[in-house]
Design a protein around this ligand. Structure first.
Ligand code: FE2
Length: 689
């Protein structure tokens, strides 16, 4: 009995131990792709990991278990469907610790490249656990409402003062009014100099000074916290580490760069390694819009002055990295670090101090870029030359400074000052990107639009019809906005496809206009009437006759000197005999057309036994030999000898061409001999049947 009581006591203690298990961080979401996600959380004491998930919040019918005990949990879920909302809960064994609520869900990405609307929310220098940080988040929630967030970007200096684990806990994950977003919105981080205060201090424990540390040795709370794609799981090019990386959402490509790889020995080795990867990444990038973000901005006159001599990282990013990004015509660069909001015009080629900025050569568009005012920044994607980039600094999503200068000449709009905070929102759909500065008060204080002229109109194939029949012509195209119109001429038709019934060969022209960008593209389409088609035989490849395809649904018969050639029923034909060839083309509707004759003389094989006055071809011959002569040899007798000198064939050379049949002779070497009182010529022939 006593024994049983003791056992009961142990069970009670065990149950209380389980009950005491709590989630102290998260759950939060990382590395979401179109088919997978990583769910992370921290527990008060070590336990196994389990995530239950499903598309019905009341039936989390799938689960993933990671055995073994730990406090920092990472559960990788794979095999998910794209663009799908899943609800989830976390815990272990049969114990749910968090989740199973309407606030615990994640939405997988669309398949990379999908032309879907994308909403991006970017915050910088936010992790202070203050009221401003919460106000910035609340203003965004009010703004986005049920629309939610597709891509949440962290611009660095995510946890003040030094990016320690406790600061990430107290200033990011456990901030009342801020932390509830983590259970349903994955974030895509980049680190700042404050995050790197602990990265460097932990890395220097390795005995390496905090310059030139291999990327694999970048360690610390920031890297413990994040799980970013190393191997292009979400698109892009693999970086193989978490120091910088890239990913796609729909038709938008993101590069999370790392300004802290700058090393103070000025060897630029970290920067150069990052540049090598950027180049690999952007060379394979085909997304419509490309956005790079990192912490220390190339241009700012906020709490950091990009002209200051000691701002070596800002200078290095501006001089070393920006030219590379611009060479790929990147659309937006978003940074933090300066505790203000600054947004540039559309610029290109400014790699020096602000005093060296030359609007005459570097300003691509000096308007505010406001769509409503008709001032969007329009970039021509059909132009191989880069068309400019908009630079954004948004380091005031929890931090602010009093009295920033805010007078950098590239900036179109600035905002800052004590307590002045906000965040940066982007909406991208098709060929339009809208950028908005959202103050913590809820006011949209700045708004600009980048548009792309990207309509590409496909060639319209030639069509051939019988007289009286009709053809459908379609203007197939890619790109463009949802304000694309069509005009076909003659006729002035305005649909994308038209049906025409020409009585004679006709050319139609379609004009496609994207009214958002003003781009106009035209294509001509030809419809020929078979009976009048004027199709002619040509010999584009010597030895092979062909006609341009009149389209599908036709049958063909080749004729030699008026007689059908058996089995010659294609668009192309390789004749064996010289002569006059015609082609009869017949439509399924029963009309037909016969081409004008084409005189075929096989000159393709005239490569041997050729003199000014005589050529023998083909040689080697498979049985039929042609002798072509010029005038003086006409009428001369010839003989063909075998290798032993015996005459096996003789005759008289005809004017121009003589054809000899040798099929009945054995394979081997023969000699053509032309011999009379004036002439004695001999040519070797090879017979290979
Ligand atoms: Fe910073």
């Amino acid at each position: 009995m006593k024994k049983n009581l003791l056992l009961f006591g142990f069970l009670l203690v065990g149950m209380f131990a389980l009950q005491a298990q709590t989630v102290v961080r998260g759950p939060y979401l990382q590395s979401v792709t179109h088919q997978s996600i990583k769910v992370m959380w921290r527990t008060s004491t070590a336990c196994p990991s389990k995530v239950w998930y499903g598309t019905d919040p009341n039936a989390l019918d799938q689960s993933v278990v990671v055995s073994g005990n730990r406090t920092n949990h990472i559960v990788f879920i794979n095999g998910l469907n794209p663009s799908t909302r899943y609800y989830y809960s976390v815990g272990f064994d049969n114990t749910t610790l968090a989740g199973a609520s309407v606030n615990h869900y994640f939405t997988t990405h669309p398949v990379p490249g999908s032309p879907v609307p994308v909403r991006v929310w970017a915050i910088g220098d936010f992790g202070r656990g203050n009221a401003g940080q919460v106000a910035v988040k609340t203003s965004y929630e009010n703004y986005t409402g049920t629309r939610g967030t597709d891509v949440w970007l962290w611009l660095g200096d995510n946890a003040y003062q030094d990016g320690t684990d406790a600061e990430y806990q107290n200033h990011v994950f456990a901030v009342p009014g801020f932390s509830d977003i983590f259970s349903n919105t994955p974030f895509w981080p980049s680190p700042g100099n404050h995050d790197y205060n602990t990265v460097w201090s932990e890395s220097t424990l390795l005995g390496i000074p905090y310059t030139n540390i291999p990327f694999s040795a970048h360690e610390g709370p920031y890297f413990d916290m994040v799980e970013v794609p190393r191997y292009a799981e979400a698109g892009g090019f693999p970086s193989q580490h978490e120091v910088f990386y890239s990913f796609d959402y729909g038709d938008v490509h993101f590069l999370s760069l790392n300004s802290e790889v700058f090393d103070y020995t000025l060897s630029y080795s970290g920067i150069n390694q990052m540049k090598t990867w950027i180049e690999q990444d952007l060379q394979q990038n085909t997304r419509k819009f490309t956005i790079a973000y990192f912490h220390q901005p190339p241009y700012s006159k906020g709490s950091h002055d990009s002209d200051a001599a000691f701002e070596l990282v800002m200078k290095a990013m501006r001089e070393k990295v920006i030219p590379l990004l611009e060479s790929f015509d990147i659309d937006i660069v978003v940074c933090g670090h300066s505790h203000v909001f600054e947004r540039s015009y559309l610029i290109k080629g400014h790699y020096g101090n602000s005093s060296e900025y030359n609007a005459a050569t570097m300003l691509m568009n000096g308007t505010m870029g406001n769509f409503q005012q008709g001032e969007s920044y329009v970039k021509d994607s059909t132009n191989a030359t880069p068309e400019g980039t908009v630079y954004v600094v948004c380091g005031n999503s929890g931090s602010s400074e009093s009295g920033p200068a805010l007078n950098h000449p590239v900036m179109a709009y600035t905002h800052g000052g004590s307590g002045e905070m906000g965040s940066f929102v982007m909406d991208i759909y098709r060929n339009r990107l809208d950028g908005r500065y959202l103050k913590s008060t809820g006011e949209i204080a700045d708004e600009f639009t980048i548009l792309k002229k990207d309509v590409r109109l496909s060639a319209i194939a030639l069509q051939t019809v019988c007289l009286g029949d009709s053809a459908v012509l379609t203007a197939n195209y890619t790109g463009g906005s949802d304000s694309v119109t069509f005009v076909w001429n003659p006729g002035g038709y305005t649909s994308q496809s038209i049906t025409v019934s020409p009585v004679t060969n006709s050319v139609y022209t379609v004009t496609v206009t994207d009214w958002l960008t003003g781009q106009v593209e035209t294509r001509a389409a030809t419809v020929q009437v078979l009976e009048e088609s004027n199709i002619t035989i040509s010999e584009p490849v010597p030895g092979t006759l062909s006609i341009p395809s009149p389209g599908n649904g036709f049958s063909y018969q080749w004729y030699l000197n008026g007689s059908p050639v058996q089995g010659a029923n294609g668009l192309q034909f390789t004749p064996f005999f010289n002569g006059n060839y015609t082609l009869l083309i017949t439509s399924v509707n029963g009309c037909s057309y016969e081409t004008p004759p084409y005189t075929f003389i096989n000159v393709a094989n005239v490569v041997e036994n050729e003199t000014a006055e005589l050529s023998v071809f083909p040689n080697p011959s498979s049985g039929i030999l042609h002798i072509k002569i010029s005038g003086p040899l006409t009428g001369k007798p010839f003989a063909i000898h075998d290798a032993a000198g015996k005459v096996v064939y003789n005759g008289v050379l005809q004017q121009m061409y003589t054809q000899i049949q040798l099929q009945e002779f054995e394979n081997g070497t023969y000699f053509l001999r032309i011999q009379d009182a004036e002439t004695d010529k001999s040519y070797p022939l090879i017979l290979m049947k």
